[in-house]
Ligand binder design. Structure first.
Ligand SMILES: Nc1nc2c(ncn2[C@@H]2O[C@H](COP(=O)(O)OP(=O)(O)O)[C@@H](O)[C@H]2O)c(=O)[nH]1
Ligand SMILES: [Mg+2]
Ligand SMILES: [Zn+2]
Length: 296
């Protein structure tokens, strides 16, 4: 049976791109299940299909997923691009760390893209942010769609992968995608609030092909990322600079909040770990414990 990929889903129709590059409008047949759980096809799914007409078909099975994001609803993602602006609005670390933790949990490759480089006079802010994230192993790319700076580096990072763009409203996600996908003309910030709101509710996820063989998803952005379902002991795994040092802690299951012989606290005191990153770790830990306490 031929195999394709769902690249868009709208009200019960799945748009399947075939190996040959054709686009078929498909319905799904029957109930798909994995591990006894009912499953709805998602954008990003690799599926088997039958052709029923020139541009029409039926999805007959869904292949097992490598991963599955809930917001945006998309499967088989390789990478999340965490987008934040340097100015307008100015850089905020907390939402970035929140995105990174969720991305790490999903096993995604992660890259931080700083936008609106043209609004800065010097490199001070970029160096400050890079000094926080590069020691944790994250690539930081400063970009501007006005000057084109950083866009080649970003293209290189997106090549051959399925990437989603995460970031708060107004940081420049759609502008980046318009730059990467000329001819797409996604709506950017200039649209009126009213249109933007109306649009948001009808927005669907779509995987867009790039020249470099990669695919990007234009998504409404990740909002309200909570830590529901997290265990306190797993959080450290999602901070690479903590994960790396945790095996040296005296106690297994160390939460790095004052236990004796904690290697993470020691590294923090040596200023090998960024203080704000650690603060956000403890903040997220408190949120996790809080959510658990309210469950009982
Ligand atoms: N100066 C400057 N403005 C930008 C840049 N990228 C985006 N913007 C502006 O920032 C605003 C929000 O951009 P948009 O792409 O809609 O952000 P989104 O909400 O993350 O999709 C718009 O007014 C854009 O014109 C940039 O590189 N430089
Ligand atoms: Mg946008
Ligand atoms: Zn520890």
């Amino acid at each position: 049976m031929p195999v394709g990929q769902i690249v868009k889903a709208i009200s019960g129709f799945y748009y399947v791109r075939t190996d040959g590059g054709d686009m078929l409008q498909c319905r799904a047949r029957g109930v798909f299940k994995f591990d006894k759980k009912k499953l709805t096809p998602l954008v990003g799914d690799i599926v088997e299909f039958e052709k029923t007409g020139q541009n029409e078909g039926v999805v007959t099975s869904v292949q097992p997923r490598r991963n599955e994001l809930i917001r945006p609803p998309i499967a088989n993602v390789d990478q999340a691009v965490v987008v934040c602006s340097l100015r307008q609005p100015r850089f905020q670390q907390m939402p970035v760390d929140r995105f990174l933790v969720h991305g790490e949990r999903e096993g995604l490759d992660l890259v931080i893209v700083l936008t609106k480089r043209d609004l800065l006079k010097n490199n001070g802010e970029i160096e400050r942010i890079s000094a926080i994230y590069r020691p944790a192993g994250y690539k930081v790319i400063a970009t501007s769609v006005v000057t084109g700076e950083g866009m080649d580096e970003l293209k290189a990072v997106l090549a051959g992968k399925v990437s989603v763009f995460a970031g708060q409203s107004g940081v420049g996600k759609s502008s980046l995608l318009n730059h990467l996908l000329p001819g797409m003309q996604l709506l950017t910030g200039q649209v009126s609030k009213k249109i933007a709101r109306g649009r948001h509710t009808t927005r669907t996820v779509e995987l867009l092909p790039m020249e470099t063989n990669g695919q990007v998803a234009d998504t409404p952005g990740f909002s309200q990322l909570t830590f529901q379902g997290f265990e306190p002991t797993e959080l450290g795994d999602y901070f690479p600079e903590i994960r790396e040092r945790a095996p040296e802690c005296r106690f297994r299951g160390c939460l790095h909040t004052g236990e004796p012989g904690c290697a993470v606290k020691a590294a923090l005191e040596q200023q090998e770990i960024d203080e704000k990153r650690y603060q956000n770790y403890t903040q997220f830990l408190a949120e996790i414990k809080d959510a658990l306490a309210r469950r009982y």
